[in-house]
Design a protein around this ligand. Structure first.
Ligand SMILES: Nc1ncnc2c1ncn2[C@@H]1O[C@H](COP(=O)(O)OP(=O)(O)OP(=O)(O)O)[C@@H](O)[C@H]1O
Length: 221
């Protein structure tokens, strides 16, 4: 089967500056690929390119690192934005002004999954960092799709909660590409671990084939 994503020996960067060289990466349906690497290694850069280069017509749900929420708007309306491109501008405008009952009920169900149903009408700007992150996740759940791309999607929530949220991501999406900093969680979630360091992909293998020393080497200079 053709992979959803296939990068082959590509150079990724900004302007004239290369961040990652010779990047080869594939993502096939059913895979859960987790990127590991120190801060600034290039995980977000790679996720952004992966998002841009996903096979045409692949529905992608995205949890960006900066969450991209509108603080003045309610949790309900922020989550509804996950489906904006399913509708025309006129329907969207009406729905954001007066959310239809069916949207509200559906959004409440995904908020329940992330433990935020009681906050449905609060402006996102009033929420804690971990709550905001869960709104961004709920927006991705509400969107749904073939692939979830998440840039540290559980970095601001506690360990117990993040384990449950990762389970939920696995149940809702067949295929995922995430950056995670918690190595144990990455090992538990991934079908493949991709280690990024020194401006390149240093390993790309199933968790059982990646040693703790391989991972530790990513985080030492
Ligand atoms: N928009 C941009 N323009 C120019 N340089 C950028 C831009 N975004 C990131 N960079 C640079 O690219 C390099 C990789 O950054 P990136 O955000 O991909 O790392 P990361 O592994 O995701 O880090 P973190 O874990 O801290 O999010 C860094 O040196 C960063 O300064």
């Amino acid at each position: 089967m053709t992979p959803l994503l296939a990068l082959e020996r590509e150079s990724l960067g900004y302007g004239g500056r290369t961040v990652l060289s010779e990047v080869s990466l594939t993502l096939a349906i059913g895979e859960r690929v987790v990127l590991l690497g120190r801060s600034g290694a290039g995980k977000s850069t790679l996720l952004e390119v992966a998002h841009d280069r996903m096979a045409p017509h692949t529905r992608v749900a995205l949890v960006p690192q900066d969450q991209a929420l509108v603080p003045q708007l309610s949790v309900l309306r922020n989550v509804m934005m996950g489906r904006l491109d399913d509708h025309g501008a006129w329907r969207n405008l009406r729905a954001l002004i007066r959310p239809p009952a069916a949207d509200r009920a559906g959004v409440r169900a995904v908020l329940d999954a992330v433990g935020l149903a009681p906050e449905i009408d609060r402006p996102v700007g009033q929420l804690s960092g971990g709550q905001k992150q869960r709104v961004a996740l709920a927006r991705a759940f509400w969107r749904g799709g073939a692939v979830l791309i998440g840039d540290e999607p559980v970095s601001a929530v506690d360990e117990r909660q993040s384990g449950a949220l990762l389970e939920d991501m696995r149940a809702r999406f067949d295929t995922a590409l995430l950056a995670l900093h918690d190595v144990a969680m990455a090992r538990g979630f991934a079908t493949r671990l991709v280690g990024i360091g020194r401006g390149a992909i240093l390993f790309d293998a199933p968790p059982a084939e990646v040693s703790d020393a391989d991972i530790a080497a990513l985080y030492t200079r």
